[in-house]
Design a protein around this ligand. Sequence first.
Ligand code: AMP
Length: 485
Amino acid sequence: MSNRYLDARNLNCRPDRLEEACGVFGIYASGEEDLARLTYFGLYALQHRGQESAGMAVSDGSNVLVFKDMGLVPQVFNEKILSTLTGKIAIGHTRYSTTGSTHWENAQPIHKTYKHGTLALAHNGNLVNSAELRKMLTQNGNKFRSTSDSEIIAGLIANFSDENIEGGIKKTVKLLKGAYAVTVVTEEKLIGFRDSYGIRPLSLGKLGDNYVISSETCGFDIIGAEFLRDIEPGEMVIIDEKGLHSEKIVSKTQPSLCIFEFVYFARPDSYLYGKPLHNARNEMGRMLAKEHPADADLVIPVPDSGTSAAVGYAQSSGVPFGEGMIKNRYVGRTFIQPAQSIRQMGVKMKLNPLKEIIKGKRLVVVDDSIVRGTTSKQIVNMLKEAGAKEVHMRISSPPVGYPCFYGIDTAEKEELIASRMGVDETRDFINADSLGYLSLEGLVASSGKAQGMFCTACFDGVYPIKLSKTCKLNKEMLETPVNSK
Ligand code: AMP
């Protein structure tokens, strides 16, 4: 490893241009021969949370070995590699991709040596005070290999763990501001902890007598583990040879799960706040049909992100549901292509209309969100070129008007179409015959929880975690109201 990538970076509150929307996994499985394979499967299930790099760290009780590389999970690992990763505890990570920072050094798990051995850490989320913390650590003589805020967390834990790792984590979280769902492995322990707002998800499961931690419950299903419960905001779970222990590591908590996980990011077969996301999204579609009915012949989803909501829209409206576009499942999420020109190509690479089905029809097209507007515009034009008579775009979330600082790539404020245009203008921009967004109230109601249980900042600009002074955040831009409805 070299630190030649330690580049002059923008040390603001979005230090990594929000690359930290990731998937984390962990398993303590003493006596399990296939530990690395189980971790591999867990990461496979979390692949949608990050496609830039993948990695795992395995402890055999004496050593912690890390293997990570750029690429998708099956590109990074093969039989030979997995067979060398033997042990009793493992963590894994899939990392999100954006422009500018696709470096090996930013791949995770990140490892650090400390007084009692080695720790490896996998992080999902984004700190908003990383510049201050990095400065503090650098002044203390810490050297950084990566440009990621996750290395800051690992560095702090290593610095503070003179007594033991749990103590180090407790001291570290006192300094962290932002979103973090973290798994840590040492020679003897698997640890999972979550920030006091619980912005990014983290769940606990059981596989026989063994414990598993995963960003999403779909990571349990794939290995036959049972979902036990969510790890609470501000909770740390420690799993070692004595079993599972849990501790509250922050005094004040305020559950604020990212509502965009409900809308888009998490898989529909995962559970959040105990609710199956497919059901929540189906409910969003039903509400959307009530809020924005349309005279139409067919409801079609934008696959796969709009499918659950489109089913709900059709059920509630009585307009038949059908497939109108076929998705090439071997093309990744459109969003991950950084340049606008490539992103525009991305939609066509990914979706192909079924001409015979849509020709002459008045379509309701359901997608989960409009962020920049690129996807919807492309889709509407594609459907019209393929013979659709009318296209009524229905979105199962409100307009995204504010950037996310806690780990989801929702683009910069000025790139968000809702920050520049109202609904009518957006409708004209995407060339739809009508456009309807689900209200924030409708979205929250579909989750079955109160609005106070969520971070809804991308929709209403209310940020639960105060942004640090060094954030290069244009306050004026934030105060501009979103043009909704
Ligand atoms: P846009 O073209 O920028 O309006 O992007 C909206 C499309 O991207 C929708 O089809 C969403 O399903 C998808 N999307 C929304 N947010 C994200 C995200 N954070 N990462 C990847 N894809 C996203």
